[in-house]
Write a new protein. Structure first.
Length: 191
């Protein structure tokens, strides 16, 4: 992982696309069209047979044909059919997630609940998944996928000066491409 400046684990799995918690979720991810998010359109650029001169030089023809939004969608959606390719989400839940889930359930949560309190009195948890390169340069961009609530407004008031896409009716280009993403780490909050 990041200890070696890589976003994948020892199995080449992007753990932020690996949090599928049910057999049905895995079945859907593994059986969907490999090109559902245009990954195959950009496969040669993402996984060149030899070191490319420059990513953009190899991607430019595809970007001209398919567009930047589809390039972004192919990158952020990930894929579940090329184990040696980039953005691979795996074919089963990785041991890293089992360890995290066990830690949250067995070590962290019990420290918030004393013996005389019930399990229904769990604390509120804020899950922040930090990424770089999202949004405008020099501006913190905070994505929330909770359009139906007041969450984006609350986030904007707490993190003054940040960009919070989704506050206006038109949304923001930053969110484009994320429509098909599955297996993100926030799945553990709902479990």
């Amino acid at each position: 992982g990041m200890a070696h400046y890589r976003r994948t684990n020892e199995n080449n799995v992007d753990l932020n696309r690996n949090s599928l918690l049910s057999e049905d979720q895995w079945k859907q991810a593994l059986e969907r069209d490999p090109n559902v998010a245009h990954y195959e359109d950009f496969h040669q650029s993402f996984n060149p047979p030899a070191l490319p001169f420059c990513f953009w030089a190899s991607a430019l023809p595809n970007v001209m044909i398919h567009g930047v939004t589809k390039l972004k969608q192919a990158m952020v959606t990930g894929q579940y059919h090329r184990p040696t390719g980039v953005f691979y989400g795996g074919n089963k839940l990785e041991a890293s997630w089992d360890k995290l889930s066990s830690f949250l359930r067995n070590d962290l949560l019990p420290s918030f609940i004393s013996d005389d309190e019930g399990a229904n009195q769990l604390p509120k948890v804020t899950w922040i998944d930090v990424h770089t390169g999202l949004g405008r340069y020099g501006v913190d961009t905070i994505l929330t996928f909770d359009r139906e609530t007041a969450l984006p407004s609350k986030v904007a008031s707490v993190f003054e000066g940040s960009s919070v896409p989704g506050l206006d009716a038109n949304g923001d280009d930053v969110k484009k491409g994320y429509e098909l993403v599955v297996g993100t780490s926030d799945a553990f909050l709902a479990a």
